[in-house]
Ligand binder design. Sequence first.
Ligand code: SF4
Length: 97
Amino acid sequence: MSALNCDMTWEKMAFCLESSPDLFFPPYEPENAKNRARRETKAKTICKACKVKEQCLEYAKINGPIDGIWGGTTLKERNQQMRLKEIWEQPFDIMGD
Ligand code: SF4
């Protein structure tokens, strides 16, 4: 279980502050797969150069599910990362109880 984290002091150093939020969040209207992929790739390219990428990703994981690109990941990618982490952290029971 994770706690709500409201600390967003890192946001002041976000590389995306001068970019359009439309790149980082899906539109209200349906978006086809090609446009979504193009938009997400552009956003992720911005994230690659961001100095607070780790803080941003952590914030989205702790406070999620939040749609959009955070820390260079999509919601689907963050969910996959968290599921893998949960599996990895489960105690290994060799007796099969
Ligand atoms: S990692 Fe990406 S979304 Fe997060 S603050 Fe940096 S540029 Fe913005």
